[in-house]
Design a protein around this ligand. Structure first.
Ligand code: ADP
Ligand code: MG
Length: 235
């Protein structure tokens, strides 16, 4: 289980997150929703160790991982995708996933096998020789998803992985998320594709202006007047 407690993040004088607390249970999809600029990606970066919070703690199965480096957080069992990938690497799709597999595998043969399994699972095997820097950003996010899974994470942070996909591709990724849930992974899903949110969210947490507005069952949450306001205000 992931427990985020009283998280705050300031960038200089700008308060991007204030007093954010929520939990994401194992074998559950927790949808983190809210308009652009609400602070969702910042929250993912804080959990993943890319940013340090100004205040608050992040616990993974009761262990404090606040302020650990991204590599340590990953090794502790938190995998993530990037909304905007800064990955301009010349590694190809296969190498990118295999590199993550080396952390867990006993040798390169096993790492290669694990990487192949995940790439086939996501229908990416045919793109294995493409350089990461050359493929569309929507595909990079799916490669990051596959890469996260080879590490057998406890927590999976998905930052808008459905964006830019066709409805058919969305269905495939929804199926993959369901499998992750069935495997007992705690999934935190930031998503604007409502088809996916409706299909997957066991719980929704709504963020606006860096604060949690409400949380609960999706139907409850989307009926909340402040949530309607947040979305209409943003439109
Ligand atoms: N490194 C940064 N420095 C200053 N402001 C930032 C930084 N990263 C994000 N922000 C600001 O924080 C706010 C939340 O951004 P973000 O977390 O990307 O929102 P979301 O993912 O919900 O769209 C925005 O106003 C954004 O401009
Ligand atoms: Mg974002």
């Amino acid at each position: 289980m992931l427990e985020v407690t009283a998280i705050a993040k300031n960038f200089g004088g700008l308060k991007v997150l204030q007093d954010v607390s929520f939990t994401a249970g194992s074998g559950m999809v927790t949808a983190l929703i809210g308009p652009n600029g609400a602070g969702k990606s910042t929250l993912v970066n804080l959990i993943a160790g890319v940013l340090r919070p100004t205040n608050g703690t992040v616990l993974l199965d009761g262990v404090d991982i606040t302020g650990m480096s991204p590599v340590k957080v990953f090794e502790a069992g938190v995998a993530r995708t990037f909304q905007v990938s800064g990955n301009v690497s010349e590694l190809n799709v296969f190498e990118c996933v295999a590199l993550a597999a080396y952390r867990r595998a006993r040798g390169y043969r096993e790492a290669n096998r694990l990487a192949r399994e995940q790439l086939e699972r996501f229908d990416l095997w045919q793109y294995r020789r493409e350089a990461i820097g050359d493929i569309p950003s929507a595909m990079v996010r799916i490669v990051d998803f596959a890469r996260g899974l080879v590490s057998q994470p406890k927590v999976l942070l998905l930052d808008e992985v459905m964006a830019g996909l066709t409805p058919h591709e969305v269905d495939i990724v929804i199926e993959r998320v369901r499998e992750c849930r069935a495997e007992g992974i705690a999934i935190v899903m930031i998503e604007h594709v409502m088809q996916a949110v409706n299909a997957l969210a066991d719980k929704a947490v709504v963020l606006n202006h860096g604060r949690i507005v409400t949380e609960g069952a999706l139907a409850e949450v989307t009926a909340h007047p402040d949530v309607r306001e947040a979305y209409l205000g943003a439109a």
